[in-house]
Every structure is written in C-alpha cells, then in structure tokens.
Design a protein around this ligand. Structure first.
Ligand code: HEM
Length: 288
C-alpha cells in the first residue's frame, strides 16, 4: 500500500458520499460513521472482535449499514484488495467526519493525517448480537462503550457526540428523527442542544425516547439523555437531577469548546480503531 493508494481510496469514498451539502452526503455520512462503530464495538464482546471489516449482517441493528458495506466492498475490489475492508471503514469514517466539520470553526483533530493502516480482514464475521440497546441508561453506555472499548469518561462522552451526524429511521430502529438540527454537520450541537432545548420523555413503539419540545423533530435516545440527567424519574430534563456519574460536566465543556471535544474524540477514535491490532503503520510512513 502506498500513500497514493490511500488517496485513491479517499477519492472513491468521497465519490460515493457525494458533495458535503447534498442529500446524498446526509444519507451516507451517518451510516458510514455508524458502520465504523458497529465494526469496532465487537471488541471485548466477541472472541477476536474489533475493527476487522466484518459486521453481523443478520443483526437488526446493522440493517442501516448494509448498503455502505456493499459500496466499500466495491471499492475494495476496484483497488484489487491492496487496502483491507477494515482499513476502508476507518478511512471512510475519517473522511465523513473531517469533511463535515463546519468551515471556519476550530479544528482540534486530524483523523486523515493520522490515519493508520494494516488491519487484517476477518473472513468469518462475529455473529453475536452485541450492540447496545438505545433505551438503556448510563450503565449501558459504560458497559458497551467505556469498558468494552477501554475509554475514559471524557472519551466516552466525546464519542457519543458522533450522534451529531445522521439520525434514526423507523424501518431500522423503530425511532425517527435527527439527533440535532444540523444532521449533516460534525458540529457540537449534539452537546449544546442538551442545554438549550427542552426534552420531553416519550413512549414510542420501540420504547422510551426523548423529543425536543420545539417542532424540530429532533430526538434523543435514552442512552444519550442519560449522559445529561438521571432519567429514571423525569418526564422532562428541566428541573431534573443532573446525571450523578459526572458525564454532564463533559457535556458542558464540549458544548462550550469544540476543540476540546475534537481532542477527546480523536483519542477515542484512534484507540477504538486499533483495539486488538498490532503493527499498524501511519499513513505518513508509507511509500509515496
Ligand atoms: C450506547 C451506545 C449507542 C446506542 C445504543 C446507539 C444506538 C443507535 C441507534 C438505535 C441508531 C439509529 C439507527 C437507525 O434507526 O437508523 C443510531 C444511529 C447512529 N449511531 Fe449510535 N448508538 C450508540 C453509540 C454510538 C457511537 C459510540 C457512535 C460512534 C460512531 C454512534 C454512531 C451513530 C451514528 C453516526 C448514527 C446515525 C446513523 C444514520 O444516520 O443512519 N452511535 N445509534
């Protein structure tokens, strides 16, 4: 693999993603990033899990990412397999994140410049359904994100900010709506809207969720809301006790300082993208 090959792969991914302000990008970006999480989140949960280019296609939670997998498979064949599918997933997530940071806002990470390659693909996928339930509480996030992936509290809250991209679909999770008002932009409104919007607890077909009290159609899963408040006995976030685990302090920091969020996000991203893999090579060290 050469630096030029990585540039070619980026070009092919960006072609499928479409222009950053297009509806095509909005559809692609959230799913691409979700695929990265679902590939990585098997680490510590299944034997030999981690970023291995393979997700359980029979799990309902992966229904939304199957189209992205087939696009990446095509790129993998086009490039005659010189770059693994696992590397393409990390590269694809890095592209959609870096490309959708709003122009002119502070940037505290360089996921593309720090891209590392060398993840082997697993031929037999992890078949267990290990992905977390969105109706869970803060312990769900602790188990399925912090403990399983080896993240600090700050990194965990920073990673959940990935819910700034994309949204939920009735046909996939049974929930519907974006998670903030700018679902195609990797900005910190995931955090600011915890503080600026009033959120109302709802009981939907697929279970409990929270909707913004402003006709924006914006929703939050209980796992998201539980980072801010103790959701157990509250109908709205207003006047509700703050989450005693201390995660609200990080929400406030990331809401006021996007560069701090980026730094913690980048460190979570690098950790999770290399869990269980030895000998990754920084793109900068590849032959031109
Ligand atoms: C406890 C942890 C988490 C739970 C329970 C959870 C659950 C979900 C669910 C149910 C959806 C909606 C799927 C759909 O209806 O299309 C979703 C979307 C998404 N999730 Fe998470 N998630 C979690 C953590 C994360 C993390 C750590 C990331 C990091 C990359 C992430 C990235 C995404 C993205 C980008 C979308 C939007 C997908 C789209 O637009 O189609 N999630 N998540």
């Amino acid at each position: 693999l050469t630096q030029r090959d990585v540039e070619t792969a980026k070009g092919l991914i960006r072609k499928v993603a479409g222009p950053v302000d297009s509806n095509q990008f909005l559809q692609f970006a959230g799913r691409m990033l979700q695929l990265w999480f679902h590939d990585c989140d098997t680490f510590g949960a299944t034997f030999n899990g981690g970023p291995n280019g393979c997700v359980n296609s029979q799990s309902g939670a992966n229904a939304g990412v199957l189209g992205i997998i087939s696009s990446l498979n095509q790129i993998h064949s086009q490039m005659r397999g010189v770059i693994s599918k696992a590397d393409l997933i990390v590269l694809g997530a890095s592209c959609v994140i870096m490309d959708s940071i709003p122009k002119g806002s502070p940037v505290g990470m360089d996921l593309l410049g720090n891209f590392m390659t060398g993840r082997p693909d697993k031929t037999v996928c992890d078949l267990q359904n290990v992905l977390p339930n969105p109706t869970g509480g803060v312990s769900t996030v602790q188990q399925a994100v912090s403990v399983r992936l080896g993240l600090t509290k700050a990194e965990t809250v920073a990673l959940m900010g990935a819910h700034t991209l994309g949204g939920a679909h009735t046909s996939i999770s049974g929930f519907t709506g974006p998670f903030d008002d700018t679902p195609a932009v990797f900005d910190n409104t995931y955090y600011t809207s915890f503080l600026t919007k009033q959120w109302i607890r709802q009981q939907g077909q697929a279970g409990v969720f929270w909707s913004a009290n402003d006709n924006s159609g914006t929703i939050r899963f209980n796992v998201d809301m539980a980072l801010a408040i103790d959701t157990t006995n509250c109908r709205t976030n207003n006047g509700c006790p703050v989450q005693p685990q201390g995660t609200m302090d990080w929400i406030k920091l990331f809401a006021s300082d996007a560069a701090q969020w980026h730094q913690n996000f980048a460190s979570a991203f690098q950790k999770i993208s290399s869990n269980g893999i030895r000998g990754l090579v920084p793109v900068k060290q590849l032959r031109a």
